[in-house]
Write a protein that binds this ligand. Structure first.
Ligand SMILES: [Zn+2]
Length: 373
């Protein structure tokens, strides 16, 4: 059990309120009490990253418990208390290994919680592959998915696929029936095809604007869908490199309550610039971006605490920013009402200073990261 005093985020009022947050020995919040408090500590719900491939030099495709623990521990530094281990387009064999590793992973007290998996590909549009390896892209294969779902034992929470590829739309209907949530992404779909994907049960868009046609006023495509359909959750990479900040601001204005801040972070997050790997690919990392040798962006080196500061600095209301890092990602994986600091929920939170730098990350009432003094 324990307690912390400071400015506590109140999701219902959408503001910080001076008070004391306390939790019981099981790590469940038992009360949030209002009390006069200094403005030195700011406490917000733990961040949830639904699209992250790796961190700290390790990758989900490494398919080992050590890699998953390294990623979980590293992400805690950035305020993350839960994430979806995200795969890349790869051979059926490599995907099966990654799924097996997550399904067999024994949750430890270390680091952020693995909430499940996000399969990014392999059933995507090669014309919009971004940094996904072209030779591994294939058409929807129900037998392969049946095998993966069997191995995953419920851990595949989200999948990115292209509805415009052969078997894509039928595949979406079938996967939704199997309980998998679908983002359309890495796709050249027209608005009509994107609409049909949503009618068949897809309910999200992967990294809006990236790896899809640009918004055209006579041909709205997946961007037009995402910004206009209230059923759709919208992932966005707020590193200032993948999308111009002003365009990020436009998206937040259009898709209120549906924006999900993600990192698309890769193994190089937290490491110095230089050559690193992303699945089978070699990538070049500088201070702000990760690119293939030809210059294509290949995931990011963004962290969610940095996304928070970026979004606020671009003029997006802090309440909206916090929602996109906490409540909305939970809601997107079917856990409506999570990601708040209220009695009865897990004591998962981030303690930040006035500059919104992470001082401590707490999961189930136990510190999983403490910044050096
Ligand atoms: Zn991608």
């Amino acid at each position: 059990m324990g307690q912390i005093e400071g400015q506590i985020w109140d999701s219902a009022r959408a503001e910080f309120v001076g008070g004391v947050l306390s939790w019981n020995p099981e790590g469940i919040i038992d009360a949030v009490r209002t009390a006069p408090s200094s403005e030195a500590l700011f406490v917000v719900p733990g961040f949830v990253d639904l699209h992250v491939h790796g961190s700290g030099g390790r990758d989900v495709m490494d398919a080992s418990p050590e890699a998953l623990t390294t990623i979980a521990v590293q992400l805690a530094r950035y305020g993350v208390t839960g994430f979806l281990a995200t795969t890349l387009t790869a051979t059926a064999q490599d995907l099966a290994r990654a799924v097996d590793a997550v399904a067999a992973y024994k949750e430890s007290d270390q680091g952020a919680c693995i909430l499940g998996m996000h399969l990014e590909g392999p059933f995507i549009d090669p014309e919009h592959r971004g940094a996904q390896p072209q030779e591994r892209i294939r058409s929807m294969d129900q037998r392969e998915m049946q095998d993966l779902l069997g191995r995953a034992n419920g851990s595949i929470r989200l999948m990115t696929m292209a509805p415009d590829m052969p078997g894509g739309l039928e595949g979406i209907s079938w996967l939704v029936e199997q309980g998998v949530r679908i983002n359309i992404g890495h796709t050249g779909a027209t608005l009509e095809v994107a609409d049909e994907a949503i009618d068949r049960g897809a309910d999200g868009v992967t990294h809006l604007f990236n790896a899809m046609p640009a918004l055209h006023h006579r041909s709205p495509g997946p961007v037009g869908l995402a910004l206009s359909d209230p059923r759709v959750f919208v992932e966005i990479i707020a590193d200032g490199v993948h999308i111009h900040p002003r365009v990020v601001k436009m998206a937040f204005a259009a898709a209120q309550g549906r924006m999900v801040a993600i990192t698309d972070g890769i193994s190089a997050v937290g490491l110095p610039p230089g050559k690193h790997h992303l699945g089978e690919l070699t990538v070049e990392v500088d201070e702000v971006a990760v690119r293939l040798p030809a210059g294509t962006l290949a995931g990011s080196k963004l962290t969610l605490d940095q996304a928070y500061r970026n979004l606020v600095s671009w003029g997006i209301d802090e309440a909206v920013v916090i929602q996109s890092l906490t409540e909305t990602p939970w809601q997107r994986i079917g856990m409506k009402g999570h990601g708040r600091l209220i009695a009865g929920l897990s004591a998962d939170f981030v303690v930040m200073n006035r500059d919104r730098r992470v001082l401590q990350t707490v999961r189930r009432g136990r510190p999983i990261y403490t910044a050096p003094a």
